[in-house]
Design a protein around this ligand. Structure first.
Ligand code: ZN
Length: 361
């Protein structure tokens, strides 16, 4: 079951809407309609859509700068709480991290100023500066939202962009890991403060505070994992003994392999060339729908992610998270030479983590 819907590509970067975002817009539309009728619902929903267009442009700012530094961007996902740029790895050089982080808020500021300028020309200064976020004119409101987006994201704690900017400054004088711990702690302190303010003012602030608190912890965890996987070649953990399927194989063949515990995700190969993948969940869904006699070529995924033998486990981790799959085929000179699984990454983390204690090298 896919949790997001692909909208299309901008500058080659796939943009998708998370299902929760669609539910969120539908929910808001209903609330607006209930309170103010159809017209209010249309205005309200188009405002939310304009807001998310703003978030998309903000994320594109990050993604395009990251791509300039050779970082592969798997896509941008829009969630009700904002956007996420899925990068295969994080820039490690403080100067690059700084530029990638600052690109988002900078985009929002430029957008805010442009839209604000347009509003000044169209409506004059009074209407532009007087309107509030609820009610008032569309254009100055969107301008204001973009500026707020920039200011909020410049707060110096994780998971905000400001946290990255802060970390890149700290990382000049200490290790990347230590800098992350500090920037995450600032993010959590900020979240607790915001939550307390929210309790007495606006319950939405509490909701945002919870998101920031867990986002800060998640960032710290991500860095721990990425640090452990950084510089480790994929060949270290990939399985080289694996089964492949032919598009003309029956689904039952995959099931037989799965019964024997060999593997549950399969590369599908035709004339030595990878033409698809068949994941455990695809097999189960297809069995239910077509039975074991169905052809693999009919039910396999034709759009899939691969990695190459010269990539690192950090890159594999980024790719596997972005595609939400449980394994990836590993290619060398266009041929499948191995399979790397999420389980193998977990195994590596467990053993390497255990070995890095006292007595480790
Ligand atoms: Zn950002």
């Amino acid at each position: 079951m896919k949790s997001s819907i692909r909208l299309g590509r901008v500058f080659g970067i796939p943009i998708s809407l998370h299902l929760t975002f669609i539910l969120f817009v539908a929910f808001l539309g209903m609330v607006y309609a209930f309170q103010g009728g159809a017209k209010a619902a249309i205005t309200g929903v188009s405002f939310i859509l304009a807001l998310f267009l703003s978030v998309t442009l903000h994320e594109l700012g990050h993604s395009l700068v990251a791509r300039r530094f050779g970082i592969k961007v798997r896509g941008i996902v829009l969630l009700p709480i904002g956007g996420v740029s899925q990068m295969e790895e994080m820039p490690r050089k403080p100067s690059q991290e700084f530029l990638v982080a600052v690109a988002g808020p900078a985009t929002s500021i430029v957008l805010g100023l442009l839209l604000g300028g347009a509003s000044l020309l169209l409506y004059g200064p009074e209407a532009t500066f007087k309107t509030t976020l609820t009610g008032g004119l569309f254009l100055p409101n969107i301008a204001r939202v973009n500026l707020l987006l920039a200011i909020f994201n410049l707060l110096p704690g994780f998971p905000m962009d400001g946290g990255r900017i802060f970390r890149s400054a700290l990382a000049r004088g200490m290790s990347f890991e230590r800098a992350t711990v500090i920037a995450a702690a600032v993010g959590r302190v900020f979240a607790i403060g915001l939550g307390l303010v929210g309790l007495f003012t606006n319950i939405w602030l509490v909701f945002i505070a919870v998101f920031i608190y867990f986002g800060a912890s998640a960032e710290a965890n991500q860095v721990k994992i990425r640090s452990a996987l950084h510089d480790v070649p994929v060949t270290r953990v990939m399985a080289t003994a694996f089964e492949t399927l032919d598009p003309d194989d029956r689904l039952g063949t995959a099931v037989e392999h799965a019964y024997r515990g060999i593997q549950e995700d399969f590369p599908v190969v035709l004339d030595g060339k990878l033409v698809g993948v068949l994941m455990k969940q695809d097999i189960l869904a297809a069995l239910h729908e077509y039975g074991p006699g169905a052809l693999v070529g009919r039910v396999m995924r034709r759009e899939f992610t691969t990695v190459t033998t010269d990539q690192t486990l950090e890159q594999v981790y980024g790719a596997i998270q972005a595609c939400r799959c449980t394994s990836l085929p590993v290619l060398e000179a266009g041929r499948v030479v191995g399979v790397v699984t999420l389980e193998a990454l977990g195994r590596y983390l467990a053993y390497a983590g255990a070995g890095s204690g006292a007595g480790g090298t």
